[in-house]
Design a protein around this ligand. Structure first.
Ligand SMILES: Cc1cc2nc3c(=O)[nH]c(=O)nc-3n(C[C@H](O)[C@H](O)[C@H](O)COP(=O)(O)OP(=O)(O)OC[C@H]3O[C@@H](n4cnc5c(N)ncnc54)[C@H](O)[C@@H]3O)c2cc1C
Length: 495
């Protein structure tokens, strides 16, 4: 799979203010990129009365957000959770999220959790619909319009023991993928707020004053390079870098050739490079979300995942992202899903081949060329414990335990590099919770903000990624960045 590369013809080296001959436009707040983060930043900035202009490279808005499932990770007692009888608290949500990464940003996590219910209400005020219905089946996201589901590892070990589990995946009310509806509603709200949007406008460079503060951008529009001045701030919301071959090779090399990069074609890291060009620092560039979406059907969760030694390595009731990350790190990437007859079902997504069907586990072991007796021993131990309702080593929850005893037995190939693995980037600019971009020394880059996958947000670990944290934090912190930028004292020259 190939994407764009860093083009030597388009360096992001900034322009000095003194070299700007004329400004094409001057506004208070400039937003670069019009996806989840950009639209929310624009709404909040414009609502303060600040003149707000969004520059978007594509011919329409939405970016990766409009391709997405439309799931937002929210909790602590939202309207949908309450209507569905779910007992959740900000404390439980914070404990869960904090456990999901080795590097939780305490301020961002606290604000996100404390503001989660209000953020949900704000989305509803903007016209984003959510249905008060809990989806109980195990799935990557509800195929129908149910508004709430288990979108992470909350119910699986070890998280279950760390924080009281609650479903927090809030899906916008639409069957199938709902990201387009989410964006459409937010776009309507942005237009009402007075924000202006200019499409087919590719931001190429930042403009810096003599102190290094960001005071504008240069963008290619109508075949010309035009300078746009931002009196109060530039907010980078240009998405991640999953589609850039050079950056992927540099930062996510273990995925290259093995996981399909997903996102819109302009997830090419330009936003990241713009931030770096103004002395912004980047964090967690080697982190990503990886998925191996072999379920639904949920019945496959009763199966066991084994590596090339015929050994289990994870509780199979974990979230598909955690399974994807752990599976991809098995020796040689070799992974098989072993099932018996009653639980067999075809994965809804292509790319999970049945590579063996046999009347016995010993036969399966032979066909898969696993070490002699390895799979037999694994299944024998699993079955014995499952019959007793326990999984003492990997802690699969009792609800998903049943012995694999009924032939024929089958093996799906889930090997990394063979089966369908998909990934996008999680790392990005280092920001304060206000969106202000920080330098390597932890100083604020004056006039520069970032939100969404242009920066590193709540979701920052492949092992702990949860569906909904990406759009959840892009919308939440996009809003905060919009408000903060709009409130900033105009500081550029001649302001
Ligand atoms: C198939 C799929 C499903 C997903 N489902 C979910 C989900 O349900 N929940 C969830 O939380 N996450 C999901 N994700 C991840 C999530 O969609 C993204 O991480 C999130 O939408 C990013 O939002 P953003 O605002 O940062 O970027 P985007 O929505 O991608 O917006 C960035 C915008 O910037 C523009 N841009 C880029 N460069 C420039 C430039 N130089 N000048 C001007 N404009 C520029 C782009 O054209 C784009 O419109 C999914 C991802 C994929 C690929």
């Amino acid at each position: 799979m190939t994407g764009s590369r860093i083009d030597p013809e388009t360096p992001t080296r900034p322009i000095r203010l003194a070299d700007v001959k004329s400004w094409h436009e001057t506004v208070d707040v400039l937003v670069v990129g019009y996806g989840a983060a950009g639209v929310c930043a624009a709404i909040e900035a414009a609502q303060t009365g600040a003149t707000t202009l969004v520059l978007e490279r594509a011919s329409g808005g939405g970016g990766t957000t409009a391709m997405a499932g439309g799931v937002l990770y929210l909790g602590g007692g939202t309207r949908v959770q309450k209507a569905c009888g779910v007992d959740d608290s900000p404390e439980a949500m914070l404990r869960y999220l904090t456990a999901s990464t080795p590097d939780p940003d305490p301020e961002k996590f606290r604000l996100y959790v404390e503001g989660s219910v209000a953020h949900f209400d704000w989305l509803v005020e903007q016209g984003v619909p959510f249905k008060d219905a809990l989806h109980t089946e195990r799935t990557t996201q509800p195929a129908n319009d149910d508004g709430l589901f288990w979108s992470g590892n909350e119910k699986s070990w070890p998280y279950k023991e760390i924080a009281k589990p609650a479903p927090r995946g809030h899906k916008v009310q639409a069957p199938g993928d709902a990201g387009a509806l989410l964006f459409a509603k937010l776009h309507e709200a942005a237009l009402k707020s007075g924000a202006r949007i200019q499409y087919d406008t590719r931001v190429m460079k930042l403009v810096l004053d003599e102190r290094g503060a960001v005071v504008g951008v240069v963008a290619r529009q109508d075949g010309e390079d035009r300078a746009f001045r931002a009196r109060r701030g530039v907010i980078l919301c240009a998405g991640g870098f999953a589609m850039n071959d050079t950056l992927r090779q540099r930062h996510l090399s273990r995925l290259v050739g093995r996981a399909i990069p997903i996102g819109n074609p302009y997830d090419d890291g330009t936003g990241l490079r713009l931030g770096l060009s103004a002395r912004g620092a980047a964090i967690h560039l080697d982190e990503y979300h990886i998925t191996v979406p072999y379920y639904p059907p949920g019945s496959l969760t009763y199966g066991i995942l084994v590596n090339g030694q015929g050994q289990r390595f994870i509780a199979e009731d974990a979230y598909h992202g955690r399974i994807g990350e752990t599976a991809s790190r098995q020796p040689g990437g070799t992974v098989f899903l072993i099932v018996d007859d009653p639980i067999f079902g075809r994965p809804e997504i292509d790319g999970f081949e049945v590579v063996a069907v046999e009347e016995s586990i010993a036969g399966l072991e032979k066909t898969l060329a696993l070490p002699p007796t390895s799979l037999e021993r694994t299944v024998e131990l699993f079955n014995r414990n499952a019959a007793a309702g326990t999984d003492p080593i990997l802690h699969k929850q009792p609800a998903w335990l049943r012995p694999l005893t009924e032939p024929p037995f089958a093996a799906f190939d889930l090997s990394f590099g063979k089966a369908t693995y998909m990934a996008f980037s999680l790392g990005g600019l280092w920001t304060k919770s206000t969106g202000e971009v920080l330098t390597e020394d932890g100083e604020v880059v004056e006039g520069l903000f970032a939100a969404g996958r242009n920066c590193c947000g709540i979701s920052r670990s492949a092992e702990g990624y949860v569906s909904g944290t990406s759009i959840g934090d892009a919308t939440f912190f996009g809003r905060l960045a919009g408000r903060t930028a709009a409130a900033r004292r105009p500081e550029g020259r001649n302001a």
